[in-house]
Write a protein that binds this ligand. Structure first.
Ligand SMILES: [Zn+2]
Length: 366
């Protein structure tokens, strides 16, 4: 099988870039359907409308219903057709991008992704995670092309809630280790081929950037400062992690995250927070040499390392085994690990991760 690398056509990141959305978007269409939350309209609606209309575009704004489900994708696709939209703009967070990508794919238009947070690696990819209307993981959908443009206003990101950016670091933390697992197992990546050296290099740079700049960026963001470390982390969370996971593959960390949807008490945790715990569990499964470094990083930036921090009080073997069984489902990515994985092995790894997390927290507070 061939090596395949895919990416968005254009990635733009910088302070104040939201005001240039219209100038960039007019390359793709004149009648954008803007998918945005009610909160997004309040915070950015006027700015976005002004930027689009002053560039000569005639936007239609539609509020997102909160879940990236097939029902919502169908509803917005119908609306896109009725309003004769020729480009879809998804502005906000992960579920909005995933919905916007799916809508653009179904009505065959360009898609522009404008994240107002750096909480996941979803913006750059040509795939969406589809949930049931009740919020349970359903499936990955793959599209014919990546977003035409991903636009990150770093000033907007720096003002977004810190916990979301830290959560993005948790999502980015998985990228290199899942890439390495896929490389070792010669797995087929989300891009539909084998791993390129380019994707491996980006995944590695993603991890190195987190280690060198993650804690510094958190500190700067606490002071409301947009430092070079913050810019590096925005890029790591979005571009490096996005290209890395898609073209180098997913493995244990995300499968374990998906399995955790079976524990309703974790639903209030963010994607990247659960992925961070999934990453630690994967490293336990591999007995990887980076385990201590990763644990320490999570404790330092405030990513959860124990079940209790994830909101789970009852972490009995039986309950954890239920999560592990889901993580090992045929349509998930645990089978990309380079050795045989059973639900029992995964459950034991998660319990060991929890125990190591407790120890790391205790050591940290000493
Ligand atoms: Zn992710």
């Amino acid at each position: 099988m061939a090596r395949i690398f895919i990416s968005p056509s254009k990635y733009i990141q910088g302070p104040g870039e939201l005001d240039n959305l219209g100038d960039y978007a007019k390359a793709y269409g004149t009648k954008p359907l803007v998918i945005i939350s009610a909160g997004g309209v309040r915070r950015f609606g006027d700015r976005v409308r002004a930027s689009l209309t002053s560039a000569g575009l005639t936007p239609v704004f539609e509020e997102f219903n909160g879940e990236c489900s097939q029902d919502e994708i169908d509803r917005l696709s119908t609306l896109a057709k009725q309003s004769e939209a020729d480009v879809v703009v998804g502005l906000g967070g992960g579920k909005i991008f995933d919905t916007a990508k799916a809508v653009a794919n179904s009505v065959d238009t360009s898609v522009v992704i404008v994240p107002t947070i750096a909480a996941t690696d979803a913006p750059c990819s040509a795939l969406s995670v589809i949930y049931t209307p009740e919020g349970q993981f359903k499936e990955y959908q793959f599209f014919k092309h990546n977003p035409n443009l991903v636009l990150m206003d770093s000033e907007v990101i720096a003002k977004s809630p810190l916990r979301l950016t830290v959560s993005g670091m948790g999502d980015a933390l998985a990228t290199y280790f899942e890439a390495r697992a896929c490389k070792r197992s010669d797995a087929t990546t989300c891009a539909g081929g084998h791993v390129t050296n380019a994707a491996m290099a980006l995944a590695r740079l993603c991890f190195d950037t987190l280690m060198s700049d993650g804690a510094k960026a958190k500190c700067a963001l606490e002071a409301g400062a947009l430092s070079e470390s913050v810019e590096k982390i925005i890029e790591a969370n979005t571009l490096l992690s996005g290209l890395g996971f898609e073209s180098a593959g997913l493995a244990g960390a995300h499968a374990i995250h998906n399995g955790m949807t079976a524990m309703p008490e974790t639903h209030k945790m963010y994607h990247g927070e659960k992925v961070a715990f999934g990453t630690i569990s994967q490293l336990v499964l591999e007995d990887a040499p980076e385990l201590d470094e990763v644990l320490l990083f999570c404790v330092e930036v405030g990513l959860p390392v124990t079940f209790r921090q994830l909101g789970v009080e009852d972490a009995s073997f039986e309950r954890v085994l239920e999560v592990a069984k889901l993580a090992c489902a045929d349509n998930d990515t645990l089978h990309n690990m380079p050795f045989e994985v059973t639900p029992e092995k995964v459950a034991h790894a998660m319990l060991a991760a929890d125990a190591l997390g407790k120890k790391a927290l205790a050591d940290w507070s000493d």
